[in-house]
Design a protein around this ligand. Structure first.
Ligand code: FES
Ligand code: FES
Length: 213
């Protein structure tokens, strides 16, 4: 008689039985649809011509490549940063046909013939754009990771205000927007700075705009 602690079936027998059952099922079940292997020939490529920082550029890209990856990985313009890659941080902000956009949220092939300006096109260390110089003067950065996006955004914000584009905090949608700190903060709210350089960024923008907060 088996003692209470003695198993009725050994572990080895259980493994053999399990393997035999699995083999039986696999031999009778219909073959599961295996995912088709990705074929290089199936990658959809498209030619793209655009102007980047005043230079004509032609690329042949997978149609799924974002403008951000086209700039960074294909044109080697790594000044534009990838933060979230989901439209939430603003690190990838560039100026396309005079409007700031998140380059991670748009496909490169949607911009045939566009004029793209990145941080490299605004200025150089030797010849800085006034906004770049103001960021340096006012310590508008610490680690600098968000800074290219902040500067592209800041340049566009002043242009938007000049063109009379209202924001969510503009009291009068028909009046010329104010160059107030509240307006600047609202308009820059899509550009996140983990170092918290926000007030210095507003100071830099205010100086470039030629007014005081
Ligand atoms: S990387 Fe584009 S918004 Fe964050
Ligand atoms: S300067 Fe570091 S994230 Fe903005």
């Amino acid at each position: 008689m088996d003692s209470p602690g003695t198993p009725l079936i050994s572990r080895r027998d259980a493994l053999i039985a399990g393997a035999a059952a699995a083999a039986a099922v696999s031999s009778t079940a219909p073959a599961a649809a295996a995912p088709a292997p990705a074929s290089a020939a199936a990658v959809p490529l498209m030619k793209l011509s655009l102007s980047v920082n005043g230079q004509a550029r032609t690329l042949e890209l997978d149609t799924r490549v974002t403008l951000l990856d086209a700039l960074r990985e294909h044109l080697r313009l790594t000044g534009t940063k990838k933060g979230c890659d989901h439209g939430q941080c603003g690190a990838c902000t560039v100026i396309v046909d005079g409007r700031r956009i998140n380059a991670c949220l748009t496909l490169a092939v949607m911009h045939e013939g566009a004029q793209v300006t990145t941080i490299e096109g605004l200025g150089t260390p030797q010849r800085m754009h006034p906004m770049q110089a103001a960021f340096v003067k006012h310590d508008g950065y610490q680690c600098g990771y968000c800074t290219p996006g902040q500067i592209c955004s800041a340049v566009s914000v002043l242009d938007e205000i000049k063109r009379g584009v209202p924001s969510h905090v503009s009291a009068d949608l028909t009046a010329r927007p104010l160059l107030s700190a509240e307006e600047l903060r609202e308009r820059m709210s899509g550009n996140i700075c983990r170092c918290g350089a926000y007030s210095n960024i507003v100071d830099a923008m205010t100086e470039v705009a030629g007014s005081r907060t």
